[in-house]
Write a protein that binds this ligand. Structure first.
Ligand SMILES: [Zn+2]
Length: 192
């Protein structure tokens, strides 16, 4: 069953290591003003993960320009946090996907597994089916997944495309990396 998260801590550390690479790439690019980027992380309290979620999940890496008069923030993309959503990115994908398909999991079961309630799951469904398909990211990225990814099947199309074959941990890494452009400021904005 690929509709699952790897259960061991190494999975969460693996995602953290991808985030560290993404952060290092961002840091090297420096601020558009030419200033250097200094760490200025955001504290986070992500929900939906296991009880032994590593301490590194208590913050999201972010940077601040060191030049007076600029001090602009730059937050790298993430495979752990889906924008401002409180739940871990993988959980926002997985729970919504589990509600789809021929035998959707019951809310009661999902609540027990991830601590989500009916309203939260309903919000995620609207997010994946109505908001996300209208983002500039998806308009470009969908061609890379088609014809597998039908909008009415999002986000299940993602789990089908990335998690069906091969190593589950690597599959999740690739899926979350694919979606990581929507995790930065403006990534989920819809321009008219
Ligand atoms: Zn700057």
């Amino acid at each position: 069953m690929y509709h699952d998260l790897p259960s061991d801590t190494s999975f969460w550390l693996f995602l953290f290591s991808i985030d560290q690479d993404l952060a290092e790439t961002t840091r090297k690019q420096a601020c558009p003003c030419g200033g250097r980027l200094h760490r200025a992380d955001y504290p986070r309290k992500p929900r939906g993960g296991p009880d032994d979620l590593p301490d590194q999940y208590g913050y999201r890496v972010s940077f601040c320009c060191d030049r007076d008069g600029c001090r602009k923030r730059t937050t790298p993309p993430s495979v752990r946090f889906l924008g401002r959503k409180v739940y871990l990115g993988a959980v926002v994908i997985l729970v919504a996907a589990m509600r789809q398909g021929p035998s959707p999991r019951r809310i009661r079961e999902l609540s027990k597994l991830f601590g989500v309630d009916r309203r939260t799951v309903a919000r995620w469904r609207i997010f994946w089916q109505e908001h996300f398909p209208r983002t500039p990211f998806w308009k470009v990225a969908r061609s890379r997944l088609s014809p597998i990814a039908k909008i009415d099947a999002l986000p299940r199309s993602f789990t089908e495309a990335f998690l069906r074959h091969g190593d589950l941990q690597q599959g999740w890494g690739k899926l979350l990396l694919f979606l990581s452009p929507i995790t930065i400021a403006g990534g989920l904005e819809i321009k008219a």
